[in-house]
Design a protein around this ligand. Structure first.
Ligand code: FE
Length: 187
């Protein structure tokens, strides 16, 4: 198996310059801003890694570029979950798998949240199923890792500021290494 760290870094170097779905930042800038917000809030190592890698599903598939514009929900959260499950445990993969549901959840429980979403995020919300219905809200709120998923979602929404100076990818290599080593030790 190729070195996981190289594989992950390679995805960002190859595809990170792509635009982030109609937002004024690239995929790499978005990932770095999300990870930085997680660090600023003293998130755990796995959650910092989740913030950095939450949209890796967009980088895995060349056809994904511009999918939203074509009216397709390409389920990037599931792609990211499947890919990252090779290397990481649920404390990384579950917040990622749930980060789109967390948007639908927040739209249902927080009136202000919806009004603050970016236009591109509101467009994708429709493709993703719109705000959750009451039964979905109850089911979602009882899932393990729901708090982490909601925290990740809020960083995701803020990580769209053009020109925000944040540390680069190399800053997160020790995080990735620590979390991967722990996963290997457990498996
Ligand atoms: Fe995102």
């Amino acid at each position: 198996m190729a070195d996981p760290l190289e594989t992950i870094i390679g995805l960002f170097t190859e595809h990170g310059a792509r635009e982030y779905l109609g937002e004024p930042v690239s995929q790499l800038e978005h990932a770095l801003q999300a990870a930085r917000l997680a660090v600023e809030e003293d998130a755990s190592d796995p959650l910092v890694v989740a913030a950095l890698l939450h949209d890796i599903g967009h980088l895995l598939d060349d056809r994904a570029a511009g999918a939203g514009d074509r009216g397709v929900d390409e389920r990037h959260e599931d792609k990211g979950d499947r890919f990252l499950s090779q290397y990481f445990d649920n404390d990384v993969t579950e917040p990622i798998r749930l980060h789109v549901s967390a948007k639908r959840y927040l739209c249902a429980v927080d009136n202000v949240y919806l009004t603050r979403l970016s236009p591109a995020s509101i467009r994708s919300l429709e493709l993703q199923g719109g705000p959750m219905h009451r039964a979905e809200v109850v089911a979602f709120a009882s899932l393990p890792h729901v708090d982490a998923a909601v925290a990740l979602r809020l960083w995701d929404d803020q990580a769209k500021q053009p020109g925000r100076g944040v540390p680069g990818l190399e800053e997160y290599i020790p995080y990735l290494q620590r979390v991967m080593m722990r996963t290997i030790a457990k498996r």
